[in-house]
Design a protein around this ligand. Sequence first.
Ligand SMILES: [Zn+2]
Length: 113
Amino acid sequence: MLKLAHRTPMVPEDARALVDLLSGHFGIAAPQVRFRVRSYGKAGPLGRYIVLPRERMRPASGAIGYLRVGIVVHEFAHILARLLHGRVEHGLQFVQVLDAVLRVSQPLWEETR
Ligand SMILES: [Zn+2]
């Protein structure tokens, strides 16, 4: 599911909508979503915002630096993991949170494909 998410392009409006839906589902304050032209994606250190690449991934572009479902879900998982566990790195607890976020989000982003 994670690989599929990283192969699924997104546009910024849908990324913002997905973050809002996920925030509602998990009962947290929605982080602000900021876009940069090229970005690896980033979760703000205090959990209040995430940074995402603005440009939608295209078939020839490769994933890195472009907007796709996988990066939205990943950065949102950082926000949620930080709230639940107080940690922001990529350990087991993060992976478990990421799995939960992926499961919840799949029906939502599959509609945008
Ligand atoms: Zn990360």
